[in-house]
Design a protein. Structure first.
Length: 123
């Protein structure tokens, strides 16, 4: 429990070490299967967002795609990768948290909506 106390300060000043970097990843795509846990609707366009501790940006991108498939989302558009401040401490292995969907209706010209930006900590 002591490790979790003031973990952000310990991470910043090197008392808590990790091999991972923190990212927010936003993928544009479509809901392939409705998921009642996330209140998603089959066939809707959506942005799927995760926060992740990963080795690098490639691993974080792979995570949003594979986790997305697991929860009924197909990443069919752009994937946006941001280095962000963490909201949860790192663990022994890469992991994702704060999975979220932002569904939207594509216009007739199929123009993508701007993705929702991470709330804070963009570097």
């Amino acid at each position: 429990m002591d490790l979790l106390k003031n973990w952000k300060l310990k991470l910043r000043y090197g008392k808590l070490k990790t091999a991972f970097r923190h990212f927010t990843v936003i993928a544009d795509g479509e809901i392939a299967e409705a998921n009642p846990d996330f209140e998603t609707t089959f066939g809707m366009a959506a942005f799927f967002t995760i926060k992740a501790w990963a080795t690098d940006g490639d691993e974080a991108t792979d995570m949003v795609v594979s986790i997305g498939r697991h929860v009924g989302f197909n990443a069919t558009g752009r994937i946006y990768l941001y280095s962000t401040d963490p909201q949860q401490p790192p663990q022994d292995k890469p992991f994702a948290y704060d999975l979220d969907f932002h569904q939207y209706k594509r216009g007739d010209d199929d123009v993508e909506e701007d993705p929702p930006l991470p709330h804070s900590g963009i570097h």
